[in-house]
Structures are given as C-alpha cells and as structure tokens.
Design a protein around this ligand. Structure first.
Ligand code: AHR
Length: 651
C-alpha cells in the first residue's frame, strides 16, 4: 500500500510542470537609498545599417547627388549607384559624371547626359533591397514632394518630363514638365501617386543635346520636420523613437563620428549644416555614402522634438583606433587649432543669433538656442595618445562653457588592461567628467556582471554609451531574441540600483534596414514601409517608462531572479526579471502600500523567440493588474519574463 502511494506520488510529481520554487520580495518604500539620474535612458543614433540614409531620413532617392564614391577604393561606376539608365531601351546617350562648373564647391559632381537618340530615361531606384520591399515606396493617393537641380549647358532641345513610374518606367503619377536654362535652377513639384508600388522616379528626356542634373529628391509629403532644411524624417520611425521616452540623444556616432582609416573620413559637423545642397557628403565607415540630409541642425531639432538632451560626439583628433589607422593623429598643436571647431559647434547650438554660428542656426530656422549640457569628445578611444588630446580639447570647452559636462571615452571593451588603464588615467586627470563605457558581450556575461557597478568608487560617474547582449550568430546575424533582452533587463536592474553612478545608458546600435545592414543585433528593424520592434526594444521601452527618482531598499529570495525597486512621489516601481525555465510564484511584501491594484506590464515567451516582419507580435508587452491587500501581493512570474509592477503610493 505504502509502495503504491509512493509510486503514485512520484507519478504525480513527474506530471507537474518543471519545479516552481516560490520567491519573496520585500520592500519598504519609506527606506530609500540613492537618488536616481533623471536622464537615465536615452538613444544612441548612428548612421549604421542605413539608419539615416535609407532609414530615418525621409529621402526616398539614393545617391541623389551623384557623389557616391568609396573613399578608399574609388571607382567611376560608383557615381551611378542607385540609378538606372535608358530603362525602356529606346534612346542612346552618354551619361557621364562631371565636375566642371558644379552646383557649388561642396557638391562637386553632377551627371551630364548627352543624348544622341531620344527618348532617354534616367531613373532613380531608391533603396532597393533584394530581401524585402524596397525601391521608392509609394502609396496610392499619397503625395510626394519632388525637387531637382538642372541646367541646359547650351545645345539641348526638346522636352523633359518627370514622373513616379513603375520599375519598367510606366507612369504611376502625373508628369511634370521641366525646361532648364543655361544656369543651375531648382525645379519643384508635388506628385500624387496613382498606385501602391515599389516604384522609381524617372526623368524622360525627349530631345537631343546635353543636360546636367544634380540633387534630385523625392520625399513623402507626410513626414516629420518637413520644414527643416534637410527636408525631414520618416514619421513612423520618429514615433518609434518617441515611444522609447528617451531622455537624451547621442549622435552622430560611434565610429562615424571619428572617421576611419584616413582623415578625409572624419565627421566634420560643419559639412552637415546649411542648405542641404551645400552639405559636403562623405563616405560612411559602414560602407555607404552619407548625404548629411540629417546633419547637426536636424539632430538638435530631433532631440528637442523628443524632449531629449542632445549629446553630440566630436572626434578627439584621432581616427577610429579600432581600425587600421593610415594617417597620423592631429599633433597637439593641430589639436588646439581644431578645438575652435568644437567651440564653434557650441556656439552653433547655444550662441545667440548675432554670433557667427548662432546666426547660421537662426537662418536655418531655429533662432532660439538649443539645449546643450553634454558633449562627448572622442568615441572609442584609449591610451595617452587620446587622453593628451582630450585634455586639450576638454580644457578649451570648460574654459568657455563650464556648465557643459564633458564626456571622456574609456575604450571599447568591458574588461582587462585597456579599461583599467583608461580608468586610472581618468580618475587621476578627469575625475569630474562623465566616463563613456562601451561593451558588447555575450548574453550570460550580463547576468554574471550585475554586480559590476556596485563595486565602482563613487567619485566619477559613468555613461554606458553603447552596450548590447550578443547571442551566437544564426543565419549570418546575431538574433534579437527574448533571452538577450532579458539578460539586458537583468543588467538594467543593476544599472538602476547604481544610478547615482551610472547617469546615462543606451543600447547600440539603434536601427537597421532589413537587407542593408552591417551590424547585428539592433534595437529597431525596418524596411521601406514597416517597422519591426524587437524584445530588446520593449525592454528599453518598459524600463524608460518607469524610472523612479529614488531607489528603494529591497530584498528578493528566489532563484534566477533579478530585481530593483524604485519610487517617485506617488508611484512604486517593482521590476522583476526571471531567467527561470519554469514559472515562479512570487509574494511581494510592500510596507505601507495602500490596498488596491497595481498595473503590470510583462514581456515573456519562449527563450530564443524573436519577432519577424511576418510575425511582429510574437514577443510584445502585455498589461495586467495585481491586487495588493494589507501590504501583500501574490502573483506568478512566467518562465523567461520581465514584469514591471506600478503600485500607487499614498501621498
Ligand atoms: O554601435 C556600433 C559601433 O560599435 C559603433 O560605431 C562603435 O562606437 C562601436 O564599435
């Protein structure tokens, strides 16, 4: 009988789901520890993976200005990138990139088409990605703002029309007639698309002789910041960023800010401001051309529109140290001279309209100064070659603008001799500055290292300027799966616990265009029409929506759980991350929290699950409630989950 009972018990136990050990969390909202940063979570925007050109920037045409050229391996054919010639195959012409009497000296290349037999067609195919929808995405009934600069050098006779067409040059819109004269002239028209299609923009030349063309542009009428000189941004992507509730915006890189291999690749902020056709394009570290349609003015405007602190990154007189450096850094004397460029940038952002650079900002449409409280000098730099230059540049900034917090780089890795040396230098020379740490580590590293910042001395504060949990590569990319997101969430509980020290933190990279990316994982994926949110995005969003102003003392008993409790005047936030493979019953004992219902937001699913364009909502936050009575709340944490509870507090 006894044996039979034991057998039955064993069978019952085997039938149960994997063991679920109960957990207990206790906190007293009256017992607070550190004050939290009010700029804790933000964004790092870099034009990598076509995040700007072919992404956030509303421009639908690629290589609109024929400047496309690989800086290290220039080839004439690169100027034709994005364009198709003679689509209907009826004409005969020579299309040659030309530089004589250009539109302006910053925009030196244009296309000269010399037509022998008409009609001759010139079509821009947009950002045509093979994997997903691409080209020039147009929607039936929607409007598109077109502009182009053209010139008739003398002998062209015949008509010229422009239209949105399909990829065989059949019209999808009305056509617009252009009659260029002997000088460069800008022509503008707003098209209405008659179809929803992956289209192109086609210029049809019905005559013979030569025509010069430059700066062709097509943007959806519905766009964000259409009044900005750069032309504006893709609205859906701006709203995706806004939904992250960012408190700061770091830009324009990353490696992009430093330049790679040769000095000509350095990001010079002055190249990126002023009328858009006068911005000097540059080849991108990541292998494509930057139009600078999103330049420093637009970055400041975007930060302002998002309610975020702008955080520009300027180079420190050094090329990206992580790549093969083919040219010497600026000498210390040259570094001092370059420092004026940084002061000019600050004047551009904050000077009044009577100053040279503040005047340019006013002309560009923003007479009021922008906010500017942070400035990073250098990106992923290290060693004394960097710190000596940083010393010169940061001293120049502080001498004129003591209110600006300078950000010093601690290098590109989390551990080892390099960051140790950086920190030793920084603590002895720049202890009052904010220290920019970057690390991309395997997911489990983040779980093993939640104690990292508990051990840091409190003398110098940290900006975690780039981080992400990296999963093993599958199918050529590191996935944005739930597990990586939960490891980041676990780590973020430790960031919050230490947010007296860690003032700011942002995931990297931020965005990637499907089929045209250089780096994985990325927080936000998009194609020509759609945006795909990752589990990692949702973690950032959930945490940024529930930042307290103080950390609350708390304890948690349980396995594979990570947590933090924070509060504002009237809310208590409890964040619990479970890396357990089974569900965990949790008892919350929260002293003095009034009876009622907490709002919960939860992200959960299968451990390695990802979202996809074909299944975008596999992993998405779900809201719910949890009752509290007599200071005690009971709930069950799902396996592989993050749950954020918001309890109203009595005031
Ligand atoms: O985020 C991608 C790159 O990673 C950044 O450009 C660089 O700073 C880091 O190496």
């Amino acid at each position: 009988m006894r044996k039979a009972f034991s057998l039955l018990l064993i069978l019952c136990l085997l039938a149960l789901p994997a063991a679920s050990f109960a957990a207990a969390l206790a906190a007293d909202p009256a017992a607070t520890t550190v004050e939290m940063s009010d700029v804790l979570y933000g964004l790092f925007f870099e034009d990598i993976n076509h995040a700007a050109d072919g992404g956030l920037y509303a421009e639908l045409l690629q290589n609109r200005s024929f400047e496309n050229q690989d800086l290290l391996d220039p080839k004439p054919h690169q100027r034709y990138n994005g364009w198709q010639f003679n689509l209907k195959n009826k004409g005969k012409a020579a299309a040659v990139p030309a530089t004589e009497a250009p539109l302006n000296e910053n925009n030196p290349t244009y296309m000269r088409i010399t037509i022998e037999k008409a009609p001759y067609l010139l079509s821009n195919m947009g950002y045509a990605s093979t994997a997903f929808s691409g080209g020039v995405p147009v929607e039936e009934g929607m409007q598109y703002d077109f502009s182009v600069w053209m010139r008739n050098p003398g002998d062209y006779t015949g008509g010229i029309t422009v239209a949105i067409t399909d990829r065989s040059a059949n019209p999808l819109s009305e056509s617009f007639t252009i009659a260029p004269a002997g000088e460069w002239q800008k022509f503008e028209h707003t098209f209405t698309s008659q179809a929803t299609a992956d289209a192109c923009l086609t210029v049809t030349m019905e005559g013979t002789g030569s025509i010069d063309i430059d700066m062709a542009s097509l943007m959806p009428r519905e766009r964000f910041g259409a009044e900005w000189p750069g032309g504006g941004l893709r609205t859906d992507l701006v709203e995706t960023l806004r939904a992250l509730n960012p408190r700061f915006l770091r830009f324009p890189g990353g490696c992009v800010a430093e330049g790679s291999y040769v000095r000509a690749n350095v990001y010079n902020w002055k190249d990126t401001v002023g009328p858009v056709e006068q911005r000097r394009e540059n080849f991108n570290t990541w292998g494509y051309m930057q139009s600078y349609g999103i330049g420093f003015f637009e970055y400041f405007c975007l930060a302002e529109a998002l309610g975020a602190e702008p955080l520009p990154v300027v180079h420190a007189g050094l090329l990206c140290q992580a790549r093969e450096v083919r040219e010497a850094p600026l000498t210390l004397e040259e570094t001092r001279a370059y420092g004026q460029d940084i002061l000019d940038l600050i004047e551009f952002a904050t000077g009044d309209a009577t100053t040279e650079w503040g005047g340019l900002r006013a002309q560009m449409g923003h007479p009021e100064p922008f906010r500017l409280n942070y400035l990073a000098i250098g990106n992923e730099n290290w060693d004394n070659i960097y710190f000596d230059r940083y010393a010169i540049l940061s001293e120049m900034v502080k001498a004129s603008y003591p209110e600006i917090t300078c950000i010093v780089a601690a290098g590109p890795v989390a551990e080892g001799a390099l960051p140790q040396h950086s920190w030793q230098q920084i603590r002895s020379r720049f202890a009052e500055d904010l220290v920019d740490e970057h690390y991309y580590m395997e997911s489990d590293w983040f779980l093993r290292n939640t104690g990292r910042y508990d051990r840091y001395p409190r003398t110098t504060q940290v900006f975690l300027g780039e981080y992400a949990a990296h999963e093993p590569v599958i199918g050529g990319r590191r996935p944005n799966n739930l597990y990586s997101a939960l490891c980041e969430a676990a780590y973020m509980t430790a960031i919050e616990r230490n947010s007296d020290l860690v003032q700011m933190a942002c995931y990297a990279p931020l965005m990637a265009r499907e089929g045209m990316f250089q780096w994985t994982p990325d927080l936000i994926w998009f194609n020509a029409r759609e945006v795909l949110l990752t589990p990692n995005y949702y973690v950032q969003q959930m945490f940024a929506a529930t930042v307290g102003n103080h950390v609350v003392e708390s304890t948690l008993e349980g396995e594979n759980l990570y947590h933090v409790v924070t509060r504002t005047e009237d809310k208590l936030y409890v964040k619990v991350v479970s890396l357990s493979e089974s569900e965990t019953p949790l008892t919350l004992t929260l002293a003095g929290v009034p009876d009622g219902t907490a709002e919960t937001v939860q992200l959960t699913g299968e451990k390695r699950m990802q979202n996809a364009f074909t299944a975008p909502d596999r992993i998405a936050p779900v809201t719910g409630g949890c009752t509290i009575s007599g200071g005690v709340a009971e709930c069950v944490l799902p396996a592989y989950s993050v749950t954020i509870f918001t309890f109203p507090l009595a005031q």
